[in-house]
Design a protein around this ligand. Sequence first.
Ligand code: SF4
Ligand code: SF4
Length: 342
Amino acid sequence: MKKVRLGKTGLMVSRVALGGIPIMRVPKAEAAELVREAIGLGINFIDTAHVYSDSEEKIGEGIKGIRREDLVIASKSPANDKKAFNEHLETSLKRLGVDYIDIYQLHNIGSGARRDAVLAPGGAYEGLVEAVRAGKVRFPAFSSHSLPIVLELAKSGKFSVLQFPFNYIDYEAEKDLIPLAKELDMGFIAMKPMGGGLLDNAGLSFRYLLQYDSVVPDPGIERIEEIREIAAIVEKNEPLSGEDRKEIEKLRAEFGPSWCHRCDYCQPCPQGIPISSALGAKSSIKRFSPARWRELIGPALESARNCLECGECVKRCPYHLEIPKLLKESIAFWDDLNSGAA
Ligand code: SF4
Ligand code: SF4
């Protein structure tokens, strides 16, 4: 598989990474097989996180026996302070079974408060810099869902790599962030290249992303067939067709600005409402049979009736969605469907 330079790190990484969220759902033996299959397809770039339950461990199992220098491993810590950061890093190293991590990201710097905490004296960033000095991490990085914060942190010069959501629906990176990262020679990892599983046309998703030669898509993979399909699309490297462009325009209009990005940063909801499932009701109806959709989404929509409109979730949503209002719209859709009106 073609490799690209990940900005100023100089690391040569495969044109697509292996994202480690869905591997949490895969049984251990199959997870190791999945990782080895990806490596066999030429994917040398693997991204995980301290908070993805046993993802680091499963990846560690999958990379056993592979020469360390043949891999580029990225992980993340959600710590605010240096002490917690150091604990997370040691755990990540141990779980992955490696002496160093190439790219260690301060995970989801999504608010001014978190930014201030990690950058304060004794904060996680200090731990990251010390880890680079100690050779436990090669390059400092961060991930975020907030465009103003990602722009600010990129300009700070403190990081070599950033990770931000980017796909043909979440395309706010296109205008300023991608050119800025290029100008600063920062590595750009595209989070949620398939909209967190919502965009089911892999060909369209990757043809769109491959237009950006400085961006490395990081799809979460659960099944061997998925990574084979993506690797084949990447190898083909076809340009976006006129039909593709029309389809993207159509889908952008359909999803609109109230689209829930399914990041779940709005949680926890005091009423236990699975907000992203309830908000994604309309768009997910196309992906499942009616019976399966009802089984999967019905309970989320019923529990949405318990919303107290406390606004806690709104404060945490990096996209500032009007969640209580959108929940009401989803419930109305559900009610119409049940009464035969939709
Ligand atoms: S506004 Fe509703 S959905 Fe949001 S946290 Fe409060 S109860 Fe939960
Ligand atoms: S409502 Fe906002 S925070 Fe919650 S999952 Fe959707 S986009 Fe993320």
